[in-house]
Design a protein around this ligand. Sequence first.
Ligand SMILES: CC(C)(COP(=O)(O)OP(=O)(O)OC[C@H]1O[C@@H](n2cnc3c(N)ncnc32)[C@H](O)[C@@H]1OP(=O)(O)O)[C@@H](O)C(=O)NCCC(=O)NCCS
Length: 371
Amino acid sequence: MSSAKGLDGVVVSATNISHVFGEEGRLVYRGYEINQLAAKATFEEVCFLLWNGHLPKRDELDTLNAALRSRRTLPPAAELALRAMPKEADPMDALRTVASAVGAALPISGKPSYDQAITLAAIFPTIVAGFNRLRSGRDLVAPDASLGHAANYLYMLTGEKPPENHVKSLDTYLVLLADHGMNASTFTARVIASTESDLASCVVGGIGALKGPLHGGAPALVMDMLDQIGTADNIKPWIDQTLNSGGKLMGFGHRVYRTTDPRAEILRDMARQASTPEFFALARGTEEYAIEELNKRKPERRLYTNVEFYSASVLNSVGLPRDLFPSTFAVSRVAGWTAHVLEQMVGNRLIRPQSEYTGPQGLTFVPVDQR
Ligand SMILES: CC(C)(COP(=O)(O)OP(=O)(O)OC[C@H]1O[C@@H](n2cnc3c(N)ncnc32)[C@H](O)[C@@H]1OP(=O)(O)O)[C@@H](O)C(=O)NCCC(=O)NCCS
């Protein structure tokens, strides 16, 4: 039996939730093209869609909004855990730890439920914003129930009512990142769910998988890359040197897309409007040369811009510190993780693949002092 490295091309589950059409550059949530949802839906509507399979009617959306807004406050034990985080901690480590504390404190136990999914989605922004306040010596800002999910997240970060264009940008970002087929963190959450573990454990596992630079950790590295490039005339030498020395260009390439990620195209238009002309010109110039060069060097792979490249510009433009980009990705993706866990629970079967054993056999045990 041979193994499929990275499970490349292996179908591990059927799902009704979302699908990446990699050759065509399309992403669909529950039958709706991502472009439509990005233009017209709020993050809350997308949460409802992912969790329930249809867009909410007015009264259904009102009920969900009321539930999300009423569950933003951390339980006392989780707030203590948040306050105990070292200021230098990686924000993803803080989110992972405090989300786990929320699971223990509420508690979130038993069979995963829709109600628990709402609670976790409601509370994620409070953890991320709260950690950012405390590490910079400021106190927590209580959530504002008059604000929607994106607006309240920005409000809890700054203590000020955010401008409408920032709210719109962040809300669209949250819509775009909420789900993405069988990505690594979603698969992780589903594997945990398949053991009949609890929903908090599933999302905590998802956070761990999302943290890596090959998944959700790339956008801050995109900003670092653009900083290092600095000016238009340095694009070519910087990229050439990075690729010649075997380095990877952050924000490019994808396991499934063989053309531009549709989310990158939407985010590019948003970044064009939200960034300074100089910054956008640098990002666009980097993108164009990177694609040209990657495709020259790896024509068989068809490497294009992925979601992380312009996520960085958009999140930067709404004032988020760059080390909060991955945890802001998690604020969105928790909707997808929880939807997938609920789906996994219907007719669940333990996910337990096999491995191809390549180690030795037939060795004879030697006691420790005789080795
Ligand atoms: C996203 C990513 C992990 C997909 O990985 P994958 O499907 O396993 O693709 P591979 O790593 O097999 O790529 C195939 C080849 O293209 C190269 N390649 C892929 N993405 C590249 C990039 N961004 N820069 C330079 N080379 C890249 C690989 O080095 C590999 O070369 P090799 O055949 O000589 O080993 C990969 O493209 C990557 O590391 N991108 C940069 C990080 C990033 O943007 N992450 C966010 C993802 S949304």
